[in-house]
Write a protein that binds this ligand. Structure first.
Ligand code: RB5
Length: 149
């Protein structure tokens, strides 16, 4: 599985560690930056990962900013993207199992490194359960279609 990863200036160190952690587990990780501490704008990085998934370059994604909120809000503007901000592993697991999220987001100023690793483990170690959840995810797509004419 290919995982796209990106972050803003608030999360450079956490991104590096999470990228290495995922690579050690055998995932192919495509890094979209940023890799410097120079201030940048989180929507640019949320868009990079969302578009990588949208165009098939990556299967799923990881987004990290200060809180995980701004960067996921930006990614969620791309149709077909379901980015879930999670600060603990139970929500991360359910974001995959129930919501079929394709991006996991979290905040480098909110969660510690070990919690961040537990979050990605829970997310990438889970599968969408389908069934009654599929119909609800389809309803999210219907909202997108309604406003993307
Ligand atoms: C950057 O200071 C900060 O606003 C950003 O990382 C993020 O937390 C926004 O949601």
């Amino acid at each position: 599985m290919k995982i796209a990863i990106a972050n803003d200036h608030a999360a450079v160190e956490m991104k590096r560690e999470i990228q290495s952690y995922l690579e050690e587990k055998g995932y192919e990780v495509i890094n979209f930056g940023t890799d410097t501490n120079e201030r940048c704008n989180y929507p640019d990085y949320g868009l990079k990962v969302a578009e990588a998934i949208k165009n098939g370059e990556a299967d799923q994604g990881v987004l990290i900013c200060g809180t995980g909120i701004g960067i996921s809000l930006a990614a969620n503007k791309v149709p077909g993207i379901r980015a879930a901000v999670c600060s603990e592993p139970v929500s991360a697991r359910l974001a995959k199992q129930h919501n079929n999220a394709n991006i996991i987001a979290f905040g480098a100023r909110i969660v510690g490194m070990e919690e961040a690793k537990a979050i990605v483990d829970a997310f990438f170690g889970s599968e969408f359960l389908g069934g009654r959840h599929a119909m609800r995810v389809d309803l999210i797509s219907e909202i997108e279609k309604k406003y993307n004419k």
